[in-house]
Design a protein. Structure first.
Length: 72
């Protein structure tokens, strides 16, 4: 177990400074990642739209009635 010297104590100012440093780093990371998140969201929306279109088209084909008209 390490011994703690009196000059190595953590002060409330040390904690505040470290929290501000971490907070600033997180804000920079969030600002850098925001455009990527928007692009991924738009891509996911269009992918879901295409999948819904294809599934609806398939269901429409299965329920489609074919009528043959024969002339005698």
């Amino acid at each position: 177990m390490a011994t703690v010297r009196s000059d190595d104590r953590v002060t409330p100012d040390d904690i505040r400074n470290k929290v501000h440093q971490i907070e600033g780093s997180m804000q920079e990371t969030a600002q850098d990642a925001a455009p990527i998140g928007v692009a991924v969201g738009i891509g996911a929306f269009f992918l879901a739209l295409i999948i819904a279109f294809l599934l609806g088209r398939r269901a429409g084909r299965r329920r489609n009635t074919i009528v043959e008209i024969r002339r005698i």
